[in-house]
Ligand binder design. Structure first.
Ligand SMILES: *[C@@H]1O[C@H](CO)[C@@H](O)[C@H](O)[C@H]1NC(C)=O
Ligand SMILES: *[C@@H]1O[C@H](CO)[C@@H](O)[C@H](O)[C@H]1NC(C)=O
Ligand SMILES: *[C@@H]1O[C@H](CO)[C@@H](O)[C@H](O)[C@H]1NC(C)=O
Ligand SMILES: *[C@@H]1O[C@H](CO)[C@@H](O)[C@H](O)[C@H]1NC(C)=O
Ligand SMILES: *[C@@H]1O[C@H](CO)[C@@H](O)[C@H](O)[C@H]1NC(C)=O
Ligand SMILES: *[C@@H]1O[C@H](CO)[C@@H](O)[C@H](O)[C@H]1NC(C)=O
Length: 936
C-alpha cells in the first residue's frame, strides 16, 4: 500500500512536533496539510490495511519524498552536465528533495558501472553528500561510467531509493588523444586590419560498418557552429565562449551517436571571429588579440560495433568557403546575405567543386581544456511587446525588457532587400539612444533571398537591448509583429538557485532587475556590460557582485573557469590581476578592489559552495597578490602613487570623472588590503596551510595599526567621514576599540539619515553598506535606504521603469534624458549587490558555515514590508523562508509575525526569531512554522 507522499509527510510532522509546541511556548508545527482528525483517520486506514506499526510505516514511506536529486540527477564536480569533463576522478554530489524531518545521512552507497565491467559498489559511512571523493579508479579519456547513489538515514533504516543513474565521461585529456586532428584554416588570404569573414568548413566521409556511439570534440580559433548531415550539433551558441585563449582554450564534447548514419555523412562547421580575432576594447579597440586567422579543430570519434574506433579529424582533406555571413562581429553585429547561401553544403554528396582547400596551422594542444562553466545557450524567448514610430518616424520595436541576445525573424520579401536592425537599451528624445553604445554599432543586416519565408538569427554576435530600430522591413509581404520577430535571450546556462519576492512591488521588481543584469552579464565570462564597445571581464564588478551571484545562480563552474584565467593573467602581469580578465587592455598596474577580486571571489565561492579543493586551486593566486602583487609603501600599506579606481562612481563624483570620489582612494585601498589579508588568513586556516594562517593574521594585526595611524584619528573619527569611509573600517573591523566602532556606526547611520537615506557610496562601499549597518543592528536605516526612490537609490531605477540595474545610479536622469557621462550603461550588475543583503536580512537566509551544511535563518522584518518569500537551492536541497506580518484576526494590530521555514535533508539550521526575545532554535531538516505575537 502506498499513500500519496505529501499526506504521509504531513503526518510525520504532526507526530513529532506537538511536543515542542508545549515546551517552547510558541506555535511550532508542521505545514498544516492535514487536520488532527485526518491524521487519526490515516492511522485507522493503515491499521485496516494490516500495517502493524502505523507510525513506523509512515516514516518509512515518507522517505520517498527524500530522493537524492540534482536537476533530478547526481552531479560531478561543478558541472551541470558531465559529458566531456576535464576530471578523471570527479567528485560526486547528490541533493535531496522533500521535507522529511530531522533526516541526516549516516552512510551512502555509490555504484559505478563502466563498459564491459561488473558494477562496483562502494558503501561509505559518512554524512557527506556534496563533492565526495570518486571511489573507483580514475576514468580515461572518453571513458563513460554510469553512477547512481542511495543514502541511508540516521538509523540506517530511513533510506532513500537509488537515484537516477547518471553518465559521467571525461573529454580528451591529453594532446595525443586528439590523434591526427590539426587546426585548419581556409586557403584564402586572411583579412588584415578589418573584420574576418566567417568561414565554412566541410568534410564528407563514409561509414561502412555499424557503430555503437560517436563523439565530436570540437573548438575553434573563433566561434563555431557545427552540423552533422544538415542538423545542428548540440544547443550551444557562441561556443567555445571566451577564455584567455593564450593560456586556456576550451573545447566541447557532443554525443552525436543519433545524428550519424551508415553510408555517406557530412560534417559542416561555420567559424566566426568572435573574441578570438575580433575587435575588443574601447574606441577602435584592437583586433587579432589571440591570432589573426580563423581556425577549426575537431575530432569525430566513432566507436564501431566491434569496439574499434574510427577517427575523422580536422585535417588537410577538408574544404572551405565563404558563405552567407558576410561579417559577424561581437560589438558591431552581423551582416547576412541569404542570396549567398549554398543549398546542401551541410549534406553528404554536395558538389563542392568550387570550394577552397585548407591548410593546417600550428597550435599548442596543451592549451586545450574541458569547460568548467555550462555552455552559453538560448535560454528564453521574449515576445515583442510593442511596435511604434519614433519622433522622426522610424519603426521601433519594444521588448519591454532590457535583455541580452538577439532577434529571430521570420520574413518573406523581395530578393535583395536588406533589413537593418539597430539595437539600443533606451530611447532618448523619442529616438533609439545610440550614444551609450559608443563605438559599438550593435546593428544586424539581413538581405533577403526572396525565396519563401526566410527564418534567420545571427550566429556570432550578441546585443544588449530593449529597443530595436528596424529599417527596410517588407511590410507589404510580412506584418512586423510578434509572429515575425522575437527576442532570444542568451547567457551561460547556469542552474537558477535563488529567488526572492515580497509585499513591495518595487523591491520585488528591483530583484527581477538584478536577476536580468546578472543574466545579461554572465555570458561566458562575468562582464561589466553587454552592449557597448566594452563587455569585458572587469574584476571589480564581480568582486562586488559575487555574493549575490552565487545565490541567484549556481555559479561554481562558471567562476571556477574564469578564476583559472584570472590566475594565468595574473602570472603574466607581475602577480597583479589585470583590471579585466581575459586581459585585452595590456599591462595593468596593481589596483585595489579590482586586484583584490582574486582573494574575495574565491572566498565567496567557498562560502557558497564549501569546496576546499576548488579553494586550494585558487589559493596561489590570492597568496601571490598579497605577497608579491600589491605595490606597498614603507609601512606596508598601498603605495601612494599607484593608480586606484577605489570608490569608483561615488554618486557625488562628477559625470565625466567617476574616480573623483569623496572618500580618499588610499583609505579605501588600504581598507581592502586589510580585508584581503584577513581573508587570506581565513583561507589558509580553512585549508590548514601550516604556518600561513598566523603569518597572515600577524601581518593583518600589524597593518591594522598602520591603517589606524593613517586614517583614524585618536578620538575615532575617520579621515573621511563618508558612507564608504565609515562602512569599510566598520565592516572590516579596523577600529581600535569596540566603543569607537559603535560610535562610528552611529555616525554612519546619522550620515545616511542626513543624506535623506540616499546612497553615498561607489564601487567600494555599495556592496557592503547594508551588511555593515546590519552588523551594528541598524537594519532600519538600511531598509529606509532601500525604500528610497529618489536618486541616488536602488528604487530610483525601478520607478524610472528600468528593467535591469544600471552603471550609474542615474544613468537616466529624472527628466528622462541619458546621463551625459561617457559611460552610461543600463545593464551593469554591481549595484545589484544589494540583493545579498535582501536575501540574508529580508529573506533571513545565509550559510552558517561554508557550503550551507549549517544554515543561519534570521529574518529581520522592516521597511514596511508585510511579507517576503525567499528560496535557495543549497547543495543539499531547498531551504526557504516565508514570513508575514499581521494576519486576519491578529490580536495586536498587524504586528503578529508568522514565519515558515524549510530546511533541506542532511543539514541543520539555527533559527533566530525577531523581537526582543530573539529566541533561537536549533533544528534539523523539515518544515517549521513560528509565530511571534505582537512584534514591535
Ligand atoms: C512503532 O514505531 C515507532 C517509530 O519507529 C517506535 O518508536 C515504536 O516503538 C514502535 N512501536 C511498536 C509497538 O513496535
Ligand atoms: C594595418 O594597421 C597597421 C597599424 O595601423 C598599419 O601599420 C598597417 O600598415 C596596416 N596594414 C594594412 C595592410 O592596411
Ligand atoms: C560539380 O560542379 C561542377 C561545376 O559546377 C561541374 O563541372 C561538375 O560536373 C559537378 N560535378 C558533379 C559530380 O555533378
Ligand atoms: C579625505 O581625508 C583626507 C585627510 O583628511 C583629506 O585630505 C581629503 O581631502 C579628504 N577627501 C578626499 C576625497 O580625499
Ligand atoms: C576628532 O579628531 C579629529 C581630527 O583630529 C577632529 O577633526 C575632530 O574635531 C575630533 N572630534 C571630536 C568629537 O573630538
Ligand atoms: C514609466 O512607465 C509608465 C507606464 O508606461 C509611464 O506612464 C511613465 O511615464 C514611465 N515613467 C518614466 C519615468 O518613463
Amino acid at each position: 500500500m502506498k499513500l500519496p507522499p505529501l499526506v504521509l509527510l504531513s503526518a510525520i510532522f504532526f507526530s513529532g512536533i506537538f511536543a515542542m509546541e508545549c515546551k517552547k511556548g510558541i506555535h511550532y508545527c508542521g505545514r498544516s496539510l492535514l487536520k488532527n482528525d485526518e491524521i487519526d483517520q490515516l492511522f485507522v486506514s493503515l491499521n485496516k490495511a494490516g500495517v502493524k506499526n502505523a507510525t513506523e510505516h509512515i516514516v518509512l514511506e515518507s522517505i520517498f519524498e527524500c530522493l537524492p536529486t540534482r536537476d533530478g540527477q547526481v552531479s560531478f564536480e561543478h558541472h551541470r552536465s558531465a559529458l566531456g569533463i576535464g576530471e578523471t576522478a570527479p567528485r560526486v554530489s547528490w541533493r535531496f528533495q522533500g521535507k522529511v524531518s530531522d533526516w541526516e545521512q549516516s552512510s551512502y552507497e555509490l555504484e559505478v558501472k563502466r563498459a564491459g565491467q561488473e558494477a562496483e559498489n562502494f558503501h561509505i559511512d559518512s554524512a557527506e553528500s556534496v563533492l565526495v571523493s570518486w571511489p573507483s579508479t580514475a576514468l580515461e579519456s572518453g571513458e563513460e561510467a554510469i553512477v547512481r547513489v542511495r543514502s541511508f538515514g540516521p538509523d540506517s533504516k530511513h533510506n532513500t531509493p537509488w537515484s537516477d543513474a547518471v553518465a559521467v565521461e571525461p573529454g580528451l585529456l591529453t594532446p595525443d588523444d586528439w590523434q591526427d586532428a590539426a587546426v585548419i584554416a581556409s586557403a584564402r588570404p586572411t583579412e588584415v586590419n578589418e573584420t574576418h569573414r566567417p568561414i565554412q568548413f566541410r568534410k564528407d566521409f563514409s561509414l561502412e560498418q555499424s557503430y555503437v556511439s560517436a563523439r565530436l570534440y570540437i573548438t575553434a580559433l573563433g566561434l563555431y557552429e557545427a552540423h552533422l548531415n544538415g542538423k545542428r550539433i548540440g544547443d550551444h551558441v557562441l561556443a567555445p565562449g571566451w577564455q584567455s585563449y593564450h593560456n586556456r582554450h576550451e573545447y566541447n564534447t557532443y554525443d552525436v551517436t543519433d545524428m550519424l548514419k551508415q553510408g555517406p555523412n557530412a560534417l559542416g562547421v561555420t567559424v566566426g571571429e568572435g573574441w578570438y580575432s575580433g575587435r575588443l576594447g574601447f574606441n577602435e579597440g584592437r583586433r587579432n588579440i589571440y591570432g589573426d586567422t580563423l581556425g577549426l579543430l575537431s575530432l569525430l570519434v566513432i566507436t564501431k560495433s566491434d569496439g574499434s574506433k574510427l577517427y575523422i579529424p580536422s585535417d588537410d582533406t577538408w574544404q572551405s568557403n565563404i558563405g552567407p555571413i558576410v561579417t559577424s562581429e561581437i560589438y558591431d553585429g552581423e551582416r547576412y546575405d541569404s542570396r549567398l547561401e549554398q543549398k546542401g553544403w551541410l549534406q553528404p554528396g554536395f558538389n563542392s567543386s568550387g570550394w577552397l582547400g585548407v591548410h593546417e596551422i600550428s597550435f599548442p594542444k596543451g592549451r586545450l581544456a574541458a569547460p568548467d562553466a555550462p555552455p552559453v545557450r538560448r535560454v528564453e524567448e521574449h515576445k515583442l511587446k510593442d511596435v511604434f514610430q519614433s519622433a522622426s518616424g522610424k519603426t521601433v520595436l519594444d521588448f519591454g525588457q532590457n535583455l541580452v541576445g538577439w532577434l529571430r525573424i521570420r520574413v518573406k520579401g523581395p530578393k535583395g532587400q536588406t533589413i537593418k536592425f539597430l539595437h539600443t537599451e533606451v530611447m532618448e528624445d523619442g529616438e533609439v539612444a545610440t550614444r551609450p553604445l559608443r563605438y559599438a554599432k550593435a546593428t544586424d543586416h539581413f538581405t533577403l533571398s526572396g525565396e519563401g519565408v526566410e527564418q534567420w538569427e545571427p550566429s556570432f554576435t550578441f546585443h544588449g537591448f530593449r529597443y530595436v530600430q528596424v529599417d527596410g522591413w517588407p511590410e507589404d509581404t510580412t506584418p512586423l509583429d510578434e509572429n515575425s520577430i522575437t527576442a532570444v535571450v542568451v547567457h551561460s546556462d547556469m542552474e537558477r538557485t535563488g529567488y526572492f519576492e515580497c509585499s513591495d512591488p518595487l523591491v520585488s521588481k528591483l530583484h527581477q532587475n538584478i536577476l536580468w543584469s546578472m543574466r545579461g552579464n554572465f555570458l561566458s565570462i562575468p562582464t561589466d556590460c553587454p552592449q557597448r564597445d566594452e563587455r569585458l571581464g572587469w574584476t571589480g564588478d564581480i568582486h562586488a557582485f559575487s555574493k549575490t551571484a552565487n545565490f541567484i545562480y549556481d555559479t561554481a563552474g562558471f567562476l571556477r573557469g574564469w578564476l583559472k584565467d584570472a590566475r594565468s593573467e595574473q602570472l603574466n602581469n607581475s602577480y597583479a590581476p589585470p583590471y579585466v580578465i581575459p586581459n585585452v587592455l595590456g599591462p595593468s598596474t596593481p589596483t585595489s578592489i579590482w586586484g583584490d577580486s582574486i582573494v574575495a571571489v574565491p572566498w565567496e565561492l567557498y562560502e557558497a559552495f564549501g569546496d576546499k579543493v576548488m579553494l586550494k586551486e585558487q589559493y596561489p593566486g590570492a597568496q601571490d597578490w598579497i605577497d608579491k602583487g600589491i605595490s606597498r609603501n614603507e609601512v606596508g600599506l598601498w603605495n601612494r602613487s599607484t593608480f586606484q579606481y577605489a570608490d569608483w562612481l561615488d554618486p557625488k563624483a562628477p559625470p565625466d570623472d567617476p574616480g573623483d570620489a569623496t572618500t580618499n582612494k588610499y583609505l579605501v585601498s588600504d581598507a581592502y588590503l586589510l580585508h584581503s589579508t584577513d581573508l587570506l588568513a581565513n583561507i589558509s586556516a580553512a585549508l590548514s596551510m601550516d604556518e600561513a594562517p598566523s603569518k597572515y593574521s600577524d601581518w593583518h594585526s600589524d597593518l591594522t595599526k598602520e591603517f589606524q595611524k593613517a586614517w583614524i584619528s585618536p578620538n575615532g573619527t575617520m579621515a573621511n567621514e563618508t558612507q564608504t569611509g565609515l562602512a569599510l573600517p566598520l565592516y572590516f573591523d579596523l577600529f581600535p576599540t569596540s566603543q569607537q566602532a559603535n560610535s562610528a556606526a552611529n555616525r554612519l547611520a546619522q550620515l545616511v539619515q542626513a543624506n535623506d537615506y540616499k546612497v553615498g557610496t561607489g564601487f567600494a562601499g555599495t556592496h557592503l553598506l547594508g551588511h555593515t549597518l546590519s552588523k551594528y543592528d541598524k537594519d532600519d536605516a538600511f531598509y529606509q535606504m532601500l525604500m528610497q526612490t529618489e536618486t541616488p537609490s536602488w528604487l530610483y531605477q525601478v520607478v524610472m521603469n528600468g528593467t535591469t540595474t544600471w552603471e550609474r545610479w542615474d544613468s537616466m536622469l529624472p527628466n528622462g534624458s541619458v546621463n551625459s557621462g561617457e559611460m552610461t550603461s543600463f545593464n551593469h550588475y554591481a549595484v545589484g549587490s544589494v540583493a545579498s543583503w535582501i536575501h540574508s536580512v529580508a529573506g533571513g537566509l545565509r550559510p552558517a558555515e561554508p557550503g550551507w551544511k549549517r544554515i543561519h535563518i534570521e529574518v529581520v522584518p522592516g521597511g514596511g514590508l508585510t511579507h517576503a518569500s525567499t528560496r535557495f537551492e543549497t547543495p543539499y536541497g531547498v531551504t526557504s523562508t516565508k514570513w508575514q506580518l499581521g494576519s486576519p484576526g491578529d490580536s495586536c494590530d498587524g504586528s503578529d509575525f508568522h514565519l515558515m521555514v524549510e530546511v533541506p535533508p542532511n543539514t541543520r539550521a539555527t533559527v533566530v526569531l525577531p523581537g526582543p526575545g530573539g529566541e533561537t532554535y536549533d533544528i534539523g531538516s523539515g518544515s517549521y512554522e513560528y509565530h511571534v505575537a505582537c512584534l514591535e
